[in-house]
Design a binder for this molecule. Structure first.
Ligand SMILES: *Cc1c(COP(=O)(O)O)cnc(C)c1O
Length: 227
């Protein structure tokens, strides 16, 4: 068995166990394999081991890998990195999901540049849940207004919220605050398909699943440490 097979199987088992402990179904937690900095052949191995969703942070690197893997069916590409507004066109054209939208201007550009025949671009709003000074993400105080405007965009499906908690404290309370914010948005925007909580990375996927994660974003524990 290749190392990636084994690691992927371990992560899948952790997800199943965490879901069981929380009385949730493992099928309600999607695994996003975060493949930034990994060469295309590593993604191909993960694909052969069953991974279908890949998360990328750097646009040019992602586009190169998409080209190299264009022979694979059913791949679903998620953009999870910071977004410069002059890079939105390729994101709108080449990805199914974007987890890192944190301002209206970027959402509007993605909406305008999304080829309509591809169907709506699935979006999570990134929240700076611990209000860290140098981190991307909308603050909770501005979230409702932002969500309300994004919800009007016809080529965008506003699916939920994403956050990366502060590294220096246990993440569970931050995950719980994000889950509460999503519940509140579901009330405020009843016509939106708000079903997604994108939380949990290699070190904290159990806490994230306990607080309602529906997509966990796992890099290191699938591919090994990044260079
Ligand atoms: C790199 C990254 C991950 C994966 O982190 P690991 O600790 O390697 O699992 C998840 N989410 C985002 C936004 C990332 O940039």
């Amino acid at each position: 068995m290749h190392k990636i097979d084994e690691k992927l199987a371990n992560v899948t088992a952790r997800i199943a166990r965490a879901a069981e402990i929380s009385g949730r179904s493992a099928s309600d937690v999607a695994l996003l394999a975060v493949s930034k900095t990994q060469p295309a052949d590593q993604l191909r191995r993960a694909y052969q081991a069953g991974a279908r969703r890949f998360g990328e942070n750097y646009l040019q690197e992602a586009l190169d890998k998409q080209d190299q893997l264009s022979d694979l069916d059913e791949l679903e590409w998620h953009f999870i990195g910071p977004i410069q507004s002059n890079k939105t066109r390729a994101i709108a054209e080449r990805f199914s999901w974007v987890h890192s939208v944190d301002r209206l201007k970027v959402a509007q550009r993605l909406n305008d540049q999304r080829p309509p025949q591809l169907g709506p671009l699935h979006i999570c709003l990134q929240v700076n849940i611990d209000e860290e000074p140098s981190k991307s993400g909308a603050h909770l105080t501005e979230l409702n207004a932002l969500a309300h405007q994004v919800a009007q965009l016809p080529n965008i499906a506003l699916r939920g919220l994403m956050a990366i908690p502060a590294p220096d404290k246990p993440p569970r309370a931050s995950f719980a605050r994000l889950a509460a914010a999503l519940a509140q948005l579901q009330q405020a925007e009843p016509t939106c398909p708000l079903d997604t909580l994108s939380i949990g990375m290699s070190g904290d996927l159990e806490d994230a699943i306990a607080e309602g994660a529906t997509i966990v974003r796992i890099g290191t524990d699938i591919f090994g440490p990044r260079a």
